[in-house]
Write a protein that binds this ligand. Structure first.
Ligand code: HEM
Ligand code: HEM
Length: 181
């Protein structure tokens, strides 16, 4: 918890591959959103890139540095309801990696992105071309991704304000402040 005194040092949190992954994913998802029908081949290209990025994140969940790993996801997800409840009163706790709400967002984004990208890829195969439920699932999952992305950005800004730390900069530099106790 903050004692209101200035920060002394910073500590490495997000490793370089995770940061590159994050911003590449954000760029691909943004491109996928604006390209259907208008720029079909670009849409497919960035969609396949998302599949590659999701595969990388799976590997990095086991091979990455401490805050990239999936090891504590279960515990953080179980803490999420209580965490969100306490947020009403502005209580954020202090987490260097993802907090329980951020972990919930990570899982929701990874799942919706997987459904979106896989149904997208299926919809251009001979077997599933023109199959209505594949197309509908692709549209719904992609809409869900965009809603989650908006909530994600609101969450990042809100948490950053409550904790007086620029979280976006931390996702660029990889470092967060260590505070004096
Ligand atoms: C399509 C757009 C985006 C997607 C799909 C996305 C996805 C994600 C995911 C999955 C994580 C979890 C990282 C992990 O794997 O452990 C994350 C973290 C993060 N993202 Fe994004 N992101 C997007 C856009 C943005 C934007 C525009 C910003 C800045 C305004 C941002 C700032 C952050 C920050 C700061 C974190 C770390 C949260 C923390 O410090 O607790 N993201 N993002
Ligand atoms: C995360 C990745 C993706 C996102 C966010 C995304 C998003 C979208 C969205 C919003 C639509 C419009 C849906 C509608 O309202 O009918 C769409 C359509 C479509 N997507 Fe994707 N998509 C992704 C990946 C893919 C992939 C990997 C492929 C194929 C390789 C693909 C192929 C298509 C096709 C064929 C359409 C039908 C519209 C058209 O002719 O372009 N998508 N996608």
């Amino acid at each position: 918890m903050s004692d209101g005194r200035p920060a002394e040092r910073s500590v490495a949190v997000w490793d370089l591959p995770l940061r590159l992954w994050h911003w590449a994913l954000a760029a691909c998802v943004a491109a996928a959103w604006f390209t259907p029908t208008v720029y079909d081949s670009l849409h497919r290209l960035v969609g396949y890139a998302v599949i590659g990025l999701l595969a990388f994140r799976l590997v990095w969940g086991f091979r990455g540095s401490r805050y990239s790993r999936f090891r504590t996801i279960g515990a953080r997800l179980r803490a999420a309801p209580g965490y969100l409840w306490n947020l009403r009163r502005g209580i954020t706790g202090r987490y260097l990696g993802l907090n329980p709400a951020g972990t919930l967002m990570l899982v929701a984004l990874l799942l919706s992105l997987t459904v979106s990208a896989v149904t997208g890829a299926l919809s251009v195969t001979v077997t599933f071309f023109g199959v209505w439920w594949i197309e509908d699932t692709h549209a719904v999952a992609s809409d869900a991704v965009m809603v989650l992305v908006v909530l994600h950005i609101v969450g990042v800004v809100l948490m950053g304000t409550l904790q007086r730390e620029n979280l976006t900069r931390a996702m660029i530099t990889g470092r967060k402040r260590i505070r004096r106790h």
